[in-house]
Design a protein around this ligand. Structure first.
Ligand SMILES: NC(=O)c1ccc[n+]([C@@H]2O[C@H](COP(=O)([O-])OP(=O)(O)OC[C@H]3O[C@@H](n4cnc5c(N)ncnc54)[C@H](O)[C@@H]3O)[C@@H](O)[C@H]2O)c1
Length: 353
């Protein structure tokens, strides 16, 4: 029997990896609801079209009539909700789209999912899951030590993180109030192929390949825990299959690195894989004004998902990074048409205090 999973945001970076991971199972069909915002690369969307048991629906998660129609038509066994505005700097410039998609859109989706799940004769009622894909940024900034466990208070500092935290609260409420079987993941900074080149690692790769300066915010001291996209997708598939309803699970790669160290490592790898005759790529590193409200460090305690589900990250950071660089070198056609965004005006500073 084929199980149908409704994925939202499946044309994005992590969503497309989730679609590919799900469809590796011949017993799963995927319906992908994606609005194709600027963050969805048309080539990613086109590549997904070639997969078996895949169906694409272009639309907005905030369109309740559309979401209800998809649920009635496809009768999914689960929803994996990744659709979001995801770039912190853009949220600082203008939060409106983040509030609309990440909060209101999630509420619309939850409401439609609850009504569907509550249908008296719904054959998938007992196995239905709503997997909400959130971020470690909801926990806010940590000092040099310590980790956020799942029961840590939400303390978001950017409009993006606040919008994701609000969505987490909505998901919790729809579980507690209506019984909707939700599972929330709080994943750490993710890297890998198919990532829109405005985020730190692909931005550095793309700008280095074009011989541009390599901007590092502040002094590059901010620490992130890097998680390979395939490990992130595998965790979400496991949460879908075996996560306990009403629970949240941290997902982290166990690779804490300062931004400046990540950028230096990318440069060193590029020196081997794509040498610049003018000298080491690192000579182009430029420290620029810090992001307003820039969180110093995120780190999540992943004992729960490891203990309950046996999930653990498999891709060592340096190997994943090298593979990612090789992918960007081999797939210029994927990023060149959208990379204009990395050359323009600096995002996230216009309203700095
Ligand atoms: N990238 C990370 O490091 C990271 C880490 C932890 C959690 N997350 C979360 O994972 C999810 C996916 O992140 P990503 O990096 O793949 O994002 P992304 O920006 O690459 O992709 C987002 C996708 O959502 C779609 N989308 C946006 N608004 C929509 C709407 N209103 N209706 C339908 N589709 C819409 C876009 O077209 C795009 O395909 C997000 O919820 C994000 O908060 C990301």
């Amino acid at each position: 029997m084929t199980r149908t999973i409704l994925v939202t945001g499946g044309c994005g970076f992590i969503g497309s990896a989730v679609v590919r991971a799900l469809l590796a199972d011949p017993a799963i069909a995927v319906v992908n609801l994606d609005a194709l915002t600027y963050a969805a690369n048309p080539l990613t969307a086109a590549a997904l079209e070639r997969l078996p048991r895949y169906r694409f629906e272009r639309g907005d998660i905030g369109d309740g009539a559309l979401v209800r129609r998809l649920l009635t038509q496809h009768r999914p066994d689960a929803i994996v909700h990744l659709a979001a505005e995801s770039h912190v700097d853009r949220s600082i410039d203008d939060a409106a789209a983040f509030l609309r998609t990440n909060i209101t859109g999630t509420a619309v989706l939850l409401e439609a999912a609850a009504a569907y799940w509550q249908e008296p004769a719904n054959a998938v009622r007992d196995r239905f899951r709503f997997v909400h894909v959130s971020t470690d940024e909801v926990y806010g900034s940590l000092g040099p030590s310590g980790r956020s466990a799942e029961d840590a208070a939400h303390a978001p500092n950017s409009p993006y993180a606040a919008s994701k935290a609000a969505a987490d609260h909505l998901v919790r409420a729809w579980h507690r109030t209506y019984g909707l079987p939700t599972v929330t993941s709080n994943g750490s900074n993710t890297y890998g192929p198919y990532q829109f080149p405005e985020k730190l690692i692909p931005l550095t790769i793309v700008r280095a390949l074009r011989g541009e300066t390599l901007p590092v915010y502040g002094r590059g001291e901010n620490v992130r825990d890097w998680l390979h996209v395939d490990d992130h997708a595998a965790a979400l598939v496991q949460l879908l299959q075996r996560g306990r309803p009403g629970e949240r699970y941290n997902v982290g790669g166990g690779n804490e690195r300062r931004n400046i160290d990540v950028v230096n490592t990318v440069c060193a790898m590029l020196d081997e894989l794509a040498p610049d005759i003018g000298g080491p790529h690192a000579r182009r590193i430029t420290f620029v004004a810090d992001r307003p409200g820039h969180d110093l460090r995120y780190s999540v305690d992943t004992g729960k998902i490891r203990g309950e589900l046996g999930w653990q990250p498999r891709v060592p950071f340096e190997r994943g990074l090298r593979d990612k660089i090789a992918w960007y070198l081999a797939n210029r056609l994927w990023w060149e048409p959208v990379a204009a965004c990395t050359a323009g005006e600096r995002l996230g500073l216009a309203r700095a205090p």
